[in-house]
Write a protein that binds this ligand. Structure first.
Ligand SMILES: Nc1nc2c(ncn2[C@@H]2O[C@H](COP(=O)(O)OP(=O)(O)O)[C@@H](O)[C@H]2O)c(=O)[nH]1
Ligand SMILES: [Mg+2]
Length: 327
């Protein structure tokens, strides 16, 4: 150890050794750097202190992030989970209020929505969860927004088509989501359930009631219809909302199945929900694992006129099938 270390330095070094929290460590390290004699013989020590300061700073940032960072998890409810994604003021909260029973704050003031806001869309006899998210801001990224997007079944990418910057609106979102490894893909594609990063997307050309939207829509279609299904809407004038609801249901890739006790009519209010491709055996299992084991056969009714058709265990369920299980 160089002989000319001052008492101030040695005192600071002692404080550093005893420091437990990153805050105390940082204070002691700064005192050490201030007190160390600046000459060639201490250059290595100075570099060492600077390195420790930088490491401790990082540790402190991490700790602060944990303390102040709020996180939100939305409990999955209903037959599917959809989230609204877009830059500020594109009308996401207005869409949530139009599609669901929810009452989010709507305003021309950017970044009004600060927390995720779920609502339930009643589509015929099922409920679909729609989540309104804070607007994407590449300069202020809230990591939990991306966690919610990763869990959703479908992304509704909301664009204000009355504005002339539609390309930027879309590229801003795509680039920002990419930072969280999320890629927006056509809703018609199939993704493996474990693939959290490819999100099936429907593009909503919003605010179609405004005159400039009519000029911009052909441009949007020309540029993006090969990539996304595009639905022009106006929640303000309730335009095309039925088509949007129908499309959401279609792309959820689910079937509703009604169970019917022998000799009795089915309950149309309580459908079983299965992903497309599920079989009679999956239905039996959903009722009870004993039912799956004891399943003998089932009979099928359909609106199209099929009445009591005997179906095998491997039968692939279709939307609105009425099924009488014999176990
Ligand atoms: N003309 C028109 N304005 C809309 C429409 N939807 C929303 N807005 C307006 O756009 C502004 C932003 O709406 P908001 O839903 O809060 O946008 P968000 O930031 O994406 O949630 C508000 O002033 C809304 O009234 C629409 O369909 N047509
Ligand atoms: Mg909003």
């Amino acid at each position: 150890m160089p002989a000319n270390l001052t008492p101030e330095y040695l005192k600071a070094e002692g404080q550093f050794r005893q420091a437990k929290s990153p805050e105390d460590k940082l204070e002691a390290l700064r005192a050490m750097l201030a007190a160390i004699p600046k000459h060639k013989g201490t250059e290595k020590m100075q570099a060492d202190i600077k390195k420790k300061i930088s490491q401790t700073n990082k540790e402190l940032q991490k700790k602060k992030g944990k303390k102040t960072g709020t996180s939100y998890i939305i409990k999955r409810e209903g037959a599917g989970q959809i989230c609204l994604v877009g830059i500020s003021n594109t009308g996401k909260s207005t869409l949530l209020a139009t599609l669901t029973n929810a009452n989010p704050e709507i305003s021309e003031v950017p970044y009004t929505t600060k927390i995720p806001y779920p609502g339930m869309l009643l589509y015929q006899n099922i409920q679909i969860q729609i989540i309104d998210l804070p607007s994407i801001n590449p300069y202020y990224r809230l990591y939990w927004i991306y966690e919610i997007i990763k869990k959703a079944d479908i992304v509704l990418l909301v664009i204000d088509v009355s504005r002339d910057d539609i390309i930027e609106q879309i590229s801003t979102i795509k680039e920002d989501l990419k930072k969280s490894h999320i890629e927006l893909i056509p809703a018609s594609r199939t993704v493996a359930p474990e693939d959290l990063y490819s999100k099936r997307t429907i593009l909503l050309a919003n605010k179609m009631d405004l005159a400039s939207s009519k000029d911009n829509l052909p441009v949007l279609l020309e540029l993006y219809q090969h990539e996304f299904l595009i639905i022009p809407v106006s929640p303000l004038e309730k335009k095309n909302i039925d088509a949007l609801e129908f499309t959401i249901f279609e792309y959820l890739d689910i079937v509703r199945v009604y169970s019917k006790p022998p000799g009795k009519p089915p309950d149309h209010n309580q459908p079983f929900i299965f992903s497309k491709g599920s079989t009679l055996l999956d239905m039996a299992e959903a009722i009870h694992k004993d039912v799956k084991e004891k399943l003998k056969y089932a009979r099928l009714w359909k609106k199209t006129g099929i009445t009591g058709l005997r179906i095998p265990k491997e039968y692939v369920l279709e939307d609105e099938d009425i099924i009488e299980i014999h176990a």
